[in-house]
Design a protein around this ligand. Sequence first.
Ligand code: F6R
Length: 366
Amino acid sequence: EKNGFDHFMLKEIYEQPSAITDTYRGRLLVDDGIIRMAGVDDNLERFLNAKRIVIVACGTSWHAGLVAEYVFEDLARIPVEVEYASEFRYRNPIINSDDVVIAISQSGETADTMAAIKLAKEKGAFVFGVCNVVGSSISRETNAGAYTHAGPEIGVASTKAFTTQITVLTLIALKLAKAKGSISNSDFHMHLRELETIPQKVEESLKSNEHIQKVAFKYKDARNCLYLGRGFNFPVALEGALKLKEISYIHAEGYPAAEMKHGPIALIDEEMPVVVIATRKGHYEKVVSNIQEIKSRQGKIIGIVTEGDTSVRELADYVIEVPDTIEALTPLITTIPLQLLSYHIAVMLGKNVDQPRNLAKSVTVE
Ligand code: F6R
């Protein structure tokens, strides 16, 4: 049941510290300095011989795939392509027998993802599944896989499935990076130790809930909203926008922050809230200058920032702080305030948060 929460979605947002812990339990062995995942260990040669990895998924799972593209390429130095399953299946894709295809699906029943898997298998690729529902159709159709251990996700808007998918994919990327030697020993151990602190940092991020509620109240009547992020956090911007549109029915778009000037900046006026993921990492200075561009056009800025940030705070209308972590792991943290923001806006607008109109939890038709 809802365990005292008003909605399943909120309960599931709050379950993320334990869901992430359950997902790496028995796999992330920090003291031994190893990552154990039977589905990868048993097929290690296939992964290591792959010239590329193709990820197929839909919706939020596709966003997890996009995060994985950044993580795999950065750590394991394997080229990754991320495809909408629905496009992949119908465009006569080039698939080689030494490709590894990773299919991501919470429900394990999504029709388009299933069809993409069947096609990839026919062409001789090795297909690896990342599913949440044990024994689901996709988990049975794939050659091997690794489950997320998020527990049942009831809210139609996917939350804990997303962060646990990223957890599994990050574990795989680190494991391959170690096996390939594309990461130094010290970096590898640093990532393992940091991954172990993520549930605690998610817990910290959840403490901003009341502050986020105030931000939600301020912007709940917006007609449109933009989400911007760069690098690892570009897919998080897409996911933030999807969460807002699917449960509050406010039109929202996610963009890589630097794409603003190629079109979307024309939308900015004093009515437009812009949520900017601006953690103090890689592209921080560039994101700050993107924020200045929005500010000079009177856009309203909600910054997702690292604890103690001052530069964005000076420019933004609101900031929401998150704990610091290493760059590749920031999506696991920056996602949390975006989930809460859309949740509160939808509740304030009186929408049916757990069962938004026109949507079903698993999409078994194409
Ligand atoms: C969004 C959402 C959907 C699903 C998509 C794929 O919150 O839930 O976009 O992510 O329908 O579903 P799965 O992961 O079950 O294949």
